[in-house]
Design a protein around this ligand. Sequence first.
Ligand SMILES: Cc1cc2nc3c(=O)[nH]c(=O)nc-3n(C[C@H](O)[C@H](O)[C@H](O)COP(=O)(O)O)c2cc1C
Length: 185
Amino acid sequence: MELQEALAKRASLRKFTGEMPTDAEIGAVLDAAYLGPVLAFHDMRISVITNPELLEEAQENGEAFNRMGNPAYMYGAPVWVLLSAKRHTENMPNTPYTADMLNANMYWTLGSIIQNMHLKAVELGLAACPMNTTVVALGDNAALRRRLGIPDGHIAAGSIVIGKGTQGYKERPVKPALLPTAFLK
Ligand SMILES: Cc1cc2nc3c(=O)[nH]c(=O)nc-3n(C[C@H](O)[C@H](O)[C@H](O)COP(=O)(O)O)c2cc1C
């Protein structure tokens, strides 16, 4: 698939058959993450969660956190790729970079990595959706974080759910109005 086609088709698809992608498909999605702009001064990890009990527990933890009566967070997706990171608490020595700046950079990096995985999922014809609720819900649950492979001292920072989908991707029109843009020539 050409890049432009993947960009135009990428969308958050939330209807999953429940069927597990193959190991090769999961591996290809992870390779896309590893090809992302990983910066050595961030300590980031990836957990690939396919264990049904852990997925269920994370779902219930999200429901308990959100209490909005919308139990559809993970949409029954069979694969949850969860990224964790160590938050920066110190300024970078001998540079003007504060811990806040480093953390902003960390989230920027993380978003790029997740986007790489989403685009690869599109190419493979897998449904995928970035997933926030079950990530932020882990903030108060160190025991579950540990069971999800997140090292002590790391925060759950971002995620994407992936699986075989019931809908196909359709090319979408470009909508520049979504993102007001200044041209300074
Ligand atoms: C950082 C981030 C977190 C998101 N978290 C969720 C989520 O928790 N649940 C969900 O259904 N969609 C989530 N989404 C998907 C957005 O709703 C979706 O990207 C947005 O509506 C634009 O639609 P599109 O991805 O189809 O272009 C998230 C997207 C981003 C970028």
